[in-house]
Design a protein around this ligand. Structure first.
Ligand SMILES: *Cc1c(COP(=O)(O)O)cnc(C)c1O
Length: 323
């Protein structure tokens, strides 16, 4: 099943490059015109699996403003596959509120949970006949194969001379699937690029462990030995935690806006801040920032969405003070 338009472009960000270090971008914000970003590559694998299993519903879990939950609803519901999403608290931002409203407009069933422990209980109650369980972020072995393919796509672009071999590929590290697929895929392709996973969720050691274990599951047997050194994880951009903005993220977001890119404060601004710092350090001649946020028009998805005040209080109580 193909939902995306591939290959997504690679572009040189000349204005943000320095003598000796060039910054490039992989435009996975453009994977789909209705809703793009990194979740599309995972969801096309996961929906194929749901169909193969004859599932009538996907049961999943995420933060209340999860991009993964929204993307799953957008692509699964028109195929007749329902979406039950157990959602947990996160700081209130406009992006989170918009995603929540868009989820309800799509017809996603949202089940509020006060914590991940409570979420596990609610997930268990929704499993059973016709249900396909997908973990947070779509990051199981099947979803991650979408990013193994993405790594092969970039390898082909490098071979075709569209960009030099990147020394460092910088990407946000949330549920770990994107990083894992790129690490495994670069190994399979014989790419020399190292992946820099910028931690945006916590606890950081769980997040890193998840990425490393998923990469192992998806890499060719012969590549397992050098897998650990293909990934570097940087926790310094996390700040207070998942969904909280940081000063560095805010200034990276402003830099990106100057070259026409729109980032979010939860994921891409933190990763872009790390990319800009690595460019300034100048140790890696070619740095590639992997854009993972949808840049599709959100207003179109909100056209028939309920007003925030009309949303059930059990759901809005999951929007925590971001201050
Ligand atoms: C989900 C998400 C990520 C993180 O991807 P994982 O595969 O969960 O690590 C990065 N950026 C954006 C915008 C996302 O929605």
């Amino acid at each position: 099943m193909q939902l995306g338009t591939y290959p997504t472009p690679v572009q040189h960000l000349a204005a943000l490059s320095r003598p000796g270090t060039s910054l490039w971008i992989k435009r996975d914000d453009l994977t789909n015109p209705v809703y793009g970003g990194n979740k599309i590559r995972k969801i096309e694998k996961l929906l194929a699996e749901a169909k193969r299993r004859g599932a009538r519903r996907i049961v999943t879990v995420g933060a209340v403003g999860s991009n993964y939950v929204l993307a799953t609803g957008i692509f699964a519901l028109p195929l007749g596959v329902g979406v039950d999403a157990v959602v947990v608290p996160q700081p209130r931002t406009q992006h989170v509120v918009d995603n929540l409203r868009a989820d309800l407009a799509q017809g996603i069933t949202l089940l509020p949970a006060s914590s991940y422990a409570h979420a596990a209980v609610l997930v268990a109650s929704r499993l059973g006949r016709g249900a396909y369980y997908v973990p947070a972020g779509g990051s199981n072995r099947i979803g991650v194969m979408g990013y193994v393919d993405a790594a092969a796509e970039l390898a082909a672009q490098v071979r075709a001379g569209e960009m030099p071999m990147p020394d460092l590929v910088v990407v946000a590290l949330g549920s770990g699937g994107t990083v894992a697929g790129l690490v495994a895929g670069f190994a399979a392709e014989g790419m020399t690029s190292k992946v820099l996973g910028v931690t945006v969720a916590q606890p950081p050691w769980i997040v890193e462990g998840q990425a490393r274990s998923l990469a192992k599951k998806c890499a060719p047997k012969g590549a397992l030995q050098d897998l650990p050194k293909r990934l570097e994880v940087d926790r310094r951009y996390l700040g207070r935690g998942y969904g909280y903005s940081t000063a560095k993220g805010e200034s990276a977001l402003a830099e990106a806006a100057k070259v026409g890119l729109s980032l979010d404060l939860t994921y891409t601004a933190k990763a872009f801040a790390a990319a800009l710092d690595r460019v300034a350090e100048g140790r890696a001649p070619t740095v590639l920032f992997w854009h993972t946020l949808s840049s599709a028009r959100m207003d179109l998805l909100l056209r028939d969405a309920p007003d925030e005040r009309a949303i059930d209080g059990k759901l809005t109580s999951l929007l925590r003070d971001a201050g």
